[in-house]
Design a binder for this molecule. Structure first.
Ligand SMILES: Nc1ncnc2c1ncn2[C@@H]1O[C@H](COP(=O)(O)OP(=O)(O)OP(=O)(O)O)[C@@H](O)[C@H]1O
Ligand SMILES: [Mg+2]
Length: 164
């Protein structure tokens, strides 16, 4: 079966916009989905992940920060959220060292920062989101993936006031 794919672009004008965009995306994620985040240092990947966590129902009492010494942080919401940050992944580590494939087995949602550092876990079901710096307060957020999922995300984002 051939899945159409495409992409949508939206502009975030503030940290709060990015949090809200993340919250809307998080509220529309399904168990087993992988969100692959790309973008330079300070582009807003962690900020977007904070919003996604809220959308997944992770309590406000948990601060969402990038995992540093571990590569993954786990949170409990409507689904489990595995927040992975591959920034420190070195060429000397490999999948065996990290062992995060156990997180990708469909029991929760995986959000991966610096997702471009690996590639073999992604599929046509992966939701790719790239963040690009525009100016101090603005970021371009580009979502790609299966057409049917993009329609759902962009409808939800439109309802939230974000037109792509
Ligand atoms: N519209 C915006 N959306 C997100 N962050 C913004 C926005 N405008 C300004 N910022 C600032 O940009 C920074 C984004 O930081 P964040 O940690 O989310 O980026 P990151 O992509 O995760 O970086 P890193 O690669 O270091 O993990 C924050 O300091 C935030 O205040
Ligand atoms: Mg980050």
């Amino acid at each position: 079966m051939c899945h159409l794919s495409g992409h949508r672009e939206i502009i975030s004008g503030s940290i709060n916009d990015t949090l809200l965009i993340g919250k809307i995306i998080g509220g529309n994620l399904m168990s087993g989905e992988i969100v692959a985040l790309t973008g330079e240092l300070g582009a807003g990947k962690t900020t977007l992940t904070q919003g996604i966590a809220r959308g997944l129902g992770v309590s406000e009492q948990y601060q969402i920060t990038s995992p540093t010494f571990t590569l993954v942080n786990e949170y409990f919401g409507k689904y489990r959220l595995y927040h992975i940050d591959l920034y420190r992944l070195t060429e000397f580590q490999d999948m065996g060292d990290i062992c995060y494939e156990e997180y990708l087995d469909g029991i929760g949602v995986c959000v991966i920062e610096w997702a471009e550092k690996i590639d073999r876990v992604y599929s046509d079901a992966t939701i790719f989101i790239s963040l690009t710096y525009i100016d101090d307060n603005s970021r371009k957020i580009s979502i790609s993936g299966k057409a049917e999922r993009l329609i759902q995300f962009s409808n939800a984002l439109k309802c939230g006031g974000f037109n792509g």
